[in-house]
Design a protein around this ligand. Structure first.
Ligand SMILES: [Zn+2]
Length: 337
């Protein structure tokens, strides 16, 4: 793709969460040219047809450059990128054939994956991950997740569920997690857990939010800083285990939660370094700045990654994207109407 100008073609990325969807249109260099957010109710029986309508509207408002395809990032499990059958407790979706529904309705290639996997793909293509073959992408925020990039490819596991570090059990009899089990990492350090702890300790009011907690920490409130520091400790210790197992070259930290990273890091750094085996103690942790449309941008990378998809991860959909790229980026070719 080298030498092709970024405006020659575009991809659309979509982030789907329980109460809203976010869209971006990107050039083939992954840079966002347009974005939008719409309210959405994933639990509605009309959820998928609503999504089709919202997507159609966003696509129609875009540039004339040919659209290579649509990438969708989901907080949950996706069987295969090119197939796109979704299971997500966060969305209340069980075996929803999202890929097939969108393909049929929009007549475009559609690639669907877990949102952290999508973000890992974006890191591999456009971010710091470009320089590494083996790395971990770890996200903190509403949920806690990881993408495992091994030998240059995102490792998806048997059914697309690899990297789910939020559900590493850390305490025998801990609080109930969204997954139904007790004592998962996410049940301690996910956004709602941090807010619950802060309310309990009177650091924020009974209706206080994560932003209020972050602001309190930034303003020097020791109790607020302690909550992030404790979360950092638990994350550091758990992540050490993951690093010891997978031996990545670097860890890239992302997600809404990184705004308060200064306070997380107090607990994180010592806990991580102490629990790493000696040979791995020096591993760099790169904390990236987070933008509102980073998730959707990651989803768009699912489409942009297909030309490099030597393993055929995106299957038939990847082939269709490549076909469109080839057809529409030949010199002098007019974009389709
Ligand atoms: Zn869990």
């Amino acid at each position: 793709m080298l030498g092709v100008t970024s405006a020659a073609a575009r991809a659309v990325g979509v982030k789907v969460v329980a109460d809203h969807v976010a869209f971006v249109e990107v050039g083939i260099d992954g840079v966002v040219v347009r974005s939008g957010t719409e309210p959405f109710d994933a639990f509605s029986t009309m959820a998928t047809s609503t999504l089709v309508g919202l997507l159609r509207r966003f696509i129609d408002g875009g540039s004339d450059a040919p659209l290579l395809g649509i990438g969708v990032g989901i907080p949950g499990n996706v069987d295969e990128q090119g197939d796109g059958v979704v299971d997500s407790t966060q969305l209340g979706w069980n075996q929803v054939p999202l890929g097939a529904i969108l393909r049929r309705a929009l007549d475009l290639p559609v690639v669907v994956d877990n949102n952290v996997n999508a973000l890992s793909m974006a890191e591999r293509l456009f971010g710091q991950g470009r320089n590494y073959r083996d790395f971990l992408v770890v996200t903190i925020g509403t949920g806690v997740g990881a993408g495992v990039v091994a030998s240059g490819s995102v490792f998806r596991g048997h059914a697309g569920g690899a990297g789910d570090i939020g559900h590493i059990p850390v305490v025998d009899d801990g609080p109930v997690c969204q997954c139904g089990n007790r004592g998962c990492l996410e049940a301690f350090i996910g956004e709602s857990a941090l807010v619950a702890t802060a309310r309990e300790r009177g650091v924020i009011s009974a209706r206080g939010t994560i932003d209020m907690l972050s602001r309190a920490a930034a303003a020097g409130d020791l109790a607020a800083q302690t909550i992030f520091g404790e979360a950092g400790h638990l994350l550091g210790r758990t992540l050490a285990g993951v690093i010891n197992v997978l031996d990545p070259e670097i860890v890239i930290l992302l997600g809404e939660g990184v705004v308060a990273w200064t306070h997380w890091s107090f607990g994180f750094e010592p806990a991580l370094r102490a629990a790493l085996v000696p040979g791995k103690r020096g591993i760099p942790i790169a904390v990236e700045t987070w933008q509102d449309d980073s998730w959707a941008q990651g989803a768009a990378a699912l489409v942009l990654a297909t030309p490099f998809d030597a393993d055929g991860v995106a299957g038939e959909q990847g082939r269709l994207v490549r076909e469109r790229l080839f057809t529409h980026t030949r010199a002098g070719e007019a974009p389709p109407t």
